[in-house]
Write a new protein. Structure first.
Length: 744
């Protein structure tokens, strides 16, 4: 069994199994499309590791050549490690975050994956089979994406708002951006297979590439579109200079036809022509620098904000996976424009900015050097072949895609696969197969193998399976109201060595948000337990999320038991939070609420005035200040702040507060203000329960009274769709609206 040939077969099997990772989705665990996917990948890599170690230790002639590409990759890893040692949180750097899975622990598995491929896939036939398998995996995912486009309800992300025309497909990746990145690889690898395959079926790779491109457009990801265009452009340039003179014109004409077709499709979608379940690329053409387009403005603000932390630690950075520390310290108040959720970030939505902040200039240059070296090498005489045009295009496309995107498990796996493919292109070995056959395992070395296996199995159990099951137990924990069962599940995921801080944070957030648990005993235990475990964190003083959460937990406990001491403790932790992130309005909002509970109205007003002053063009701080004025009995000042808030398109998120504001507006004789607030109340109810037609009827009446006839007609049509028996009445109402509109 243990001939070197068999060892190589086992490692190959491990590579093939690892390449199935993009298909893996484990819904039972936390972040099933990311954490579950990478736990599977890590286990497969570790299972193959003993065989790989034995092979490279005892069969020197089978070791891969450490060329310059590999040295650059190793240099990059070395800088990551050194940067993390001197960074702000080595533990977070090592394990990473479950929602991203790019800590040193996971990166080492990707590095092993790279070495597996360059060691055992050295012949052309091996390389082709591996490429075909990769494309098969991508094809299965694309087929899922195609049917997801037709039937959005099969989407694995059940929180997404579905619509057959506008739905952005994501397949098994859990995110449209992630899926788009993977499809970018698949497109260019399909074209590469077309060039290297010599048999007739090579032409099947062109429609396959077209299919990948179509599904990529269905993701609605502008970063992928930029990468796609850049990749094609550079691939064509590569082919143009390589081709003989008589074919240059053909290449140029073909390129112009593709550009014209793409421009035509996008242009038609821009003006709304040709949209259907099959064609809708409109989002790809939407580009705005207004605050309403949070995805663009938010990223630009992220990049701008990243300049300061880069300057502070420009040489080695903050440590891999420590972007959130930099973000918290240099938080810009304008992030609140798109909601409180946008005031937290652990990525810059730009690979280069991420590496610049987290690994400094050294890490960024090391990462770029891998791409630059590979691109330059493909232009050298020995490798300047038409076969490699798509690889050159892939490098360019990735370079563009990564400028606007974020890392993901599927993209990271394919990135290291591409590095390995480039290595094999640069170090092709045609005689390798005959050299391998003659080696046999020596029984005297079996002890070494068994020791390595024992270590690996220990790691698989404690650092992969245990965290995986902890994630499963956390999902169960969220839906259990039984006190004893909840405690048992909590014990299984709290204080684990891997991802300990994250599980503690998730538990604390659950305790804060689930204050309405059916069991009061369970509710109180959760809050007390969360406070206990969070306060034990030895790095607590440097962690904004934990400090802020502790403030929230003490505020929650104080509001339940009406304990003044809890409110005082909450303010202490909010103060510590602001010492880390001094411009965080969300902290000031909670401080203001706490002060109101303590009947310190003037202090609450003073704090919330500071929140308003940070950026007066955001509605929410005005709203919170208005609530403070209203509580203090300053109705006129409260009304002015509520008007400011509504003028800035913020109408509150808590119905009881919105009802108070509507009453205040009515009391002060501003019926328009009152009606607008009432409209937002019923709209919120409609979104919470879209089948309740009574909320829609109220919205129709309110918008007619406001003379906002376009909104009224929109809700009339929605009501008719829900209840066709209302069609005649609805059409009469629309006629009346049209008459009133013409009078106006």
């Amino acid at each position: 069994m243990f001939t070197s040939n068999n060892l190589i077969k086992i490692i190959k099997l491990g590579v093939y199994a690892a390449l199935l990772a993009p298909l893996i989705y484990i819904p039972q665990t936390i972040f099933g499309t990311v954490f579950g996917k990478m736990i599977y990948f890590q286990i497969i890599i570790e299972l193959a590791l003993p065989f790989f170690i034995y092979l490279i230790i005892f069969y020197k002639d089978l070791r891969p050549k450490i060329d310059l590409l590999t040295k650059l990759i190793l240099l990059f890893f070395g800088i990551i490690f050194i940067s993390s040692i001197f960074g702000v949180d080595f533990s977070q750097s090592f394990w990473g975050e479950m929602s991203r899975m790019r800590g040193i622990f996971t990166l080492l598995h990707l590095l092993a994956f790279y070495f597996y491929i360059i060691t055992v896939f050295r012949t052309k036939s091996d390389r082709k089979q591996l490429l075909f398998f990769v494309l098969l995996v991508g094809f299965v995912m694309a087929i899922f994406g195609f049917f997801e486009r037709l039937y959005p309800q099969i989407n694995i992300d059940k929180t997404t708002v579905k619509s057959s025309a506008a739905h952005r497909v994501m397949s098994t990746t859990g995110n449209s951006i992630f899926f788009a990145g993977l499809l970018l690889f698949m497109f260019f690898l399909s074209v590469y297979c077309f060039f290297i395959e010599e048999k007739r079926y090579r032409f099947a790779f062109l429609p396959l590439a077209a299919f990948f491109a179509l599904i990529m457009f269905y993701t609605g990801t502008r970063a992928a579109l930029v990468g796609f265009i850049a990749g094609i452009f550079f691939a064509v340039i590569y082919l143009f200079f390589k081709a003989p003179k008589k074919k240059k014109a053909v290449i140029l004409v073909g390129f112009l036809l593709v550009v014209t077709l793409l421009a035509g499709i996008l242009g038609l979608s821009k003006i709304g022509i040709g949209e259907s379940k099959f064609i809708n690329f409109k989002r790809l053409t939407e580009f705005s620098l207004k605050d309403a387009d949070g995805s663009i403005v938010g990223r630009l603000l992220l990049w701008k904000t990243s300049i300061s932390p880069f300057k502070e630690r420009w040489f080695l950075g903050w440590g891999i996976e420590n972007f959130d520390y930099a973000f918290d310290k240099y938080y810009d108040p304008h992030f609140l424009i798109n909601g409180v959720n946008e005031t937290f970030s652990n990525r810059a939505h730009n690979f280069y900015v991420d590496f610049a902040v987290m690994t400094g200039i050294l890490g960024l240059l090391a990462f770029l050097s891998i791409f630059i070296y590979s691109g330059v090498k493909l232009l050298k005489k020995n490798y300047f072949k038409k076969n490699n045009a798509s690889l050159f295009g892939l490098l360019a496309g990735l370079g563009a895609y990564m400028f606007f995107s974020i890392d993901s498990p599927s993209v990271n796996i394919m990135l290291f696969f591409t590095f390995a493919l480039l290595y094999l292109v640069f170090n092709e070995d045609t005689n390798h197969k005959s050299e391998i056959i003659n080696h046999k395992l020596q029984n005297s070395r079996a002890g070494v193998f068994l020791i390595v296996c024992a270590i690996i199995f220990y790691g698989i159990y404690f650092y992969n399976l245990k965290p995986l099951y902890a994630g499963i137990d956390f999902i169960k924990f969220q839906y259990v109201d039984n006190f004893e069962e909840s405690r048992r599940l909590a014990d299984s995921f709290l204080n684990r060595p891997a991802y300990k801080n994250e599980f503690n944070l998730f538990f604390g957030n659950n305790a804060f948000l689930r204050s309405g648990d059916n069991s009061l005993e369970l509710r109180d235990w959760k809050i007390d337990k969360a406070i206990e475990i969070l306060e034990k964190n030895p790095q607590l003083e440097n962690k904004f999320p934990q400090l802020f959460l502790l403030g929230n937990l003490y505020l929650r406990r104080g509001s339940i038991f009406e304990d003044k001491n809890d409110f005082i403790k909450a303010l202490e932790f909010y103060d510590k939070s602001l010492s880390i992130s001094p411009k965080r309005q969300s902290v000031m909002f909670q401080m203001g609420t706490t002060c109101l509970f303590l009947n310190e109205n003037e202090k609450a007003i003073e704090i919330l005035k500071k929140a308003v002053a940070l950026d007066e063009n955001i509605g929410q701080p005005h709203w919170r200040l208005g609530i403070a004025y209203l509580t203090a009995g300053e109705e006129t000042l409260a009304y002015e702040e509520f008007k400011n808030s509504m003028d800035l398109e913020f109408f509150g998120t808590i119905e009881s507060e919105s009802t108070q504001v509507a009453s205040l507006c009515e009391k002060l004789g501003d019926n328009i203000c009152a009606l607008k607030q009432i409209a937002k109340i019923y709209d919120s109810r409609r979104r919470a329960n879209p089948q309740d037609i009574e909320n829609i009827k109220m919205l129709i009446n309110v918008y007619i009274e406001l003379q906002e006839y376009a909104h009224a007609k929109e809700y009339i049509l929605e009501a008719i769709k829900l209840d066709p028996s209302l069609k005649e009445e609805g059409e009469e109402l629309i006629k009346m609206i049209n008459v009133e509109k013409n009078k106006k």
